[in-house]
Design a protein around this ligand. Structure first.
Ligand SMILES: Cc1ncc(COP(=O)(O)O)c(C=O)c1O
Length: 423
């Protein structure tokens, strides 16, 4: 850490809980600005941002079209509660071009956790009497407010675990049943159906089609065939939490589309607004009706549907569609997978996996994740640490050479930690 950064951190320590996230406390970098795929810290050091902000900067940092749309909107109108505005219609139209047709009803919110809460309210408002429970998957992440935490039974202090039913994700690398795909016959999916879905008291399954925070857990196709079919058969609504995967990151606008899944409700946030707080609940029109609207007290919130956020979202989505960036994600995803296949051979690496521009390097020994992350930062590459994995999710506009070079640097960081620990 160099002089200005150190002084800044010292100043912040007087007021702020340092390192709100694992990444910030490990990284201790003070970022000054971002351009495209590059971040620059207050000491002038550059980093290739393979985490795209918080997987928010699909178009990179400070994309000129987003900057100019936001600047114009700030000067015109910032907040009129949830009243209709031209920006809201533009954002809805831009979304409709990208969303599957059956998700014809849209509501705007601000954050991922807020939109998950809204989806849960809608699920309960539509449920038959007696269907009061929510099912979710172990290791899932849906946000930090009480309802979204309760879904995964993430209890804090004296708060008891949430009363949800938990199924199993297809975490093949560390399979809790010590089985191997395909001979396992997707036991995780079948148990999920038996224990969490085939019940008369369940209103909805809230699940990430590809779990992100858990370490990019990509189920085989059969997993969602079994679980998705069971939801339909047992009258359980499927809420696909695509806060992280939605917006094109996996090479389809929704990760659900890789599986031919037709969720009843979908939550979206991170990649929509180029870093501005915009979240979307998209659902079947027969679920988001006047009746449910009044039952849940409306879909509005103070900042939900802010014209500035929506100007950012409609510009981001328009560029995504106009420039066919999801096709670019697929192409760059193949390049990334190819480059990571070399990293996968390193003895510290347990597995690499990914889809589109969402990949994970799972380290065999989770305790060294933080140090690999720090060494990579020292080499000018920012990835996202979490549990036993480093996640790689660059902006969609990254240049192929830049991507290959950054992954090679990450490989060198892994090797450096390996050498530090050599006897
Ligand atoms: C799948 C998923 N749902 C919900 C959230 C919560 O979003 P936010 O941090 O905007 O509340 C996240 C955040 O990472 C997420 O990955």
């Amino acid at each position: 850490m160099t002089a200005r950064g150190e002084r800044h951190l010292k100043g912040e320590r007087e007021f702020i809980v340092l390192g709100a996230s694992q990444e910030a406390s490990l990284g201790r970098r003070v970022f000054a600005y971002g351009r495209g795929c590059t971040l620059v810290d207050v000491d002038g050091r550059e980093y290739v941002d393979l985490a795209a902000g918080t997987m928010t900067q699909s178009l990179g940092h400070s994309h000129y079209e987003v900057v100019s749309a936001v600047a114009e909107q700030v000067g015109a109108l910032t907040n009129v509660h949830d009243n209709p505005t031209p920006q809201r219609l533009d954002a809805a139209r831009a979304l409709a071009q990208l969303l599957p047709e059956h998700l014809g009803a849209i509501g705007f919110f601000t954050t991922g956790t807020e939109v998950v809460e809204a989806a849960l309210r809608i699920a309960h408002a539509n449920a038959e009497p007696g269907r009061t429970r929510i099912a979710a998957l172990r290791r899932g992440f849906h946000g930090k407010t009480r309802g979204s935490r309760a879904a995964v039974q993430w209890d804090i202090g004296t708060e008891p675990p949430g009363p949800t039913l938990l199924g199993y994700p297809a975490y093949c690398y560390r399979c809790p049943f010590e089985l191997t795909y395909p001979s396992c016959d997707v036991l995780c999916a079948r148990l999920t159906v038996k224990q969490a879905i085939a019940r008369p008291d369940v209103a909805a399954l809230l699940a990430e089609p590809i779990q992100g925070a858990a370490g990019v857990i990509i189920p085989p196709r059969e997993y969602w065939e079994v679980v998705g079919k069971a939801c339909a058969e047992h009258g359980v609504l499927l809420i696909a939490d695509e806060v992280l995967t939605g917006g094109g990151r996996t090479g389809e606008f929704l990760a659900s589309q890789h599986y031919g899944l037709e969720p009843d409700l979908v939550t979206l946030a991170k990649g929509l607004g180029s870093g501005h707080p915009v979240a979307v609940l998209a659902g079947r029109p027969d679920l988001l009706t006047e009746d449910t609207w009044s039952a849940v007290g409306g879909y509005s919130s103070t900042f939900g549907g802010s014209p500035v956020g929506l100007a950012a979202a409609s510009t981001t989505l328009t560029v995504l569609h106009r420039d066919d960036l999801i096709a670019r994600v697929r192409e760059l995803g193949l390049l990334l997978a190819d480059e990571l296949s070399t990293v996968a051979e390193h003895p510290l690496v347990g597995e690499v996996r990914g889809l589109g521009l969402l990949h994970a390097v799972e380290l065999a020994n989770p305790t060294v994740v933080g140090r690999v992350f720090q060494r990579a930062l020292d080499m000018g590459v920012r990835v996202m640490p979490g549990g036993s994995v480093l996640r790689i999710a660059p902006p969609f506009l990254i240049e192929p050479d830049e991507l290959v070079d950054a992954v090679r640097r990450l490989g060198r960081a892994i090797d450096q930690v390996h050498r530090e620990d050599a006897p």
